[in-house]
Design a protein around this ligand. Structure first.
Ligand code: FO1
Length: 308
């Protein structure tokens, strides 16, 4: 089976860890969100690509779901003493990734090329493609004005109300090499359990991606990031409301309207299944909360079973 997975950060990474345990990892092409990317201390940081990469490499900090396990924070402490901005917690080993990425980008490589180098060096067998090599930035409109995604998410701890979300640069961005081909030749395309507005939304906003998802003969299936009418983690609820989407599996289905052959929802949302089925989408009801490795694997199996 050729599989393409559109992925955000922590939820997607856990799901993908289950997926590569039940499918050949080299047959799983991951298309990662770069709308959360940022520059700090002169470094180019791609948090979602790194979260997926560290998780599949077995290096992720399990407690946080991002960053490198057992990392130290000497550089961050020194930067704080110099009066630099340290809201975004970069560990020392993680910084090595960003130093390497930044150096290679400055040498003229594309983000796709650097990401492929990094994932190969970390022993990750699945190709990880950024959605675009061009700069796209998710921006969050709050009553106090527009914020970069990480200012809203990390610095302000998702505190401000969200009025709107936009993907700056998306309309003139070019989809990264291999993404459209991978979607066209896939047997299954999975929209991972990620925030539909801030994680999958930016990928869908890159010109060509939506069209490829509509055209592909692949079975297109999404895993809901909403359980029991609330986000499993993060600010999905606020962001969905800002985009006029109900915070429910019906809202998730609407975010992906016209794209899905199947939607995988939690048993707690089983009551919605009939309504969704009436719209022609097949619905799989299962336990989607990935409390441990066994559940990550079971969820991946359930998702693959949704394909004819
Ligand atoms: N998330 C936080 O909540 N606080 C942090 O300080 C933080 C630092 C960080 C550093 C590197 C990295 O790859 C991810 C990091 N994240 C942090 C997670 C990141 O903000 C989110 O996982 C995604 O951007 C949302 O998908």
């Amino acid at each position: 089976l050729k599989i393409v997975a559109l992925a955000g950060g922590t939820g997607a990474a856990k799901f993908l860890r289950g997926l590569v345990a039940v499918a050949d990892p080299s047959d799983v092409t991951i298309v990662g969100n770069t709308g959360d990317d940022l520059e700090l201390w002169g470094l180019s940081i791609s948090p979602d690509l790194d979260t997926v990469m560290y998780t599949l490499a077995g290096r992720v900090d399990e407690a946080k779901g991002w960053g490198v396990a057992n990392d130290s924070f000497h550089v961050r402490a020194a930067m704080a003493r110099l009066g630099c901005d340290t809201f975004f917690a970069l560990g020392d080993e993680d910084i090595a990734t960003h130093l390497h990425r930044t150096e290679r980008l400055r040498a003229g490589l594309t983000l796709s090329q650097v990401t492929d180098e990094l994932r190969t060096k970390l022993g990750v067998r699945s190709p990880i493609l950024p959605m675009s090599d061009d700069r796209v930035r998710t921006r969050v409109k709050t009553p106090g004005g527009w914020l970069d995604f990480q200012e809203f998410f990390v610095r302000d701890r998702c505190g401000p109300d969200v009025v709107d979300v936009r993907y700056e640069g998306a309309e003139r961005s070019r989809v990264a090499p291999g993404v459209i081909e991978a979607i066209h030749t896939a047997d299954v395309v999975i929209l991972c359990p990620s925030n539909p507005v801030s994680s999958v939304g930016p990928i869908l906003a890159v010109p060509g991606v939506l069209g490829a998802l509509v055209e592909t003969t692949a079975h297109v299936v999404a895993v809901s990031p909403i359980v029991g009418g609330a986000a499993v983690s993060g600010p999905a609820a606020k962001m969905m409301r800002a985009k006029g989407l109900e915070v429910s599996v019906a809202g998730v289905a609407r975010a992906y309207e016209g794209l899905l052959d199947a939607l995988v929802v939690d048993t707690r949302d089983g009551a919605f299944a009939e309504d969704l089925r009436a719209t022609g989408t097949s619905v799989v009801v299962t336990d989607i909360v990935m409390a441990d490795r066994t559940r990550e694997i079971a969820l991946a199996q359930d998702v693959l079973k949704s394909a004819p």
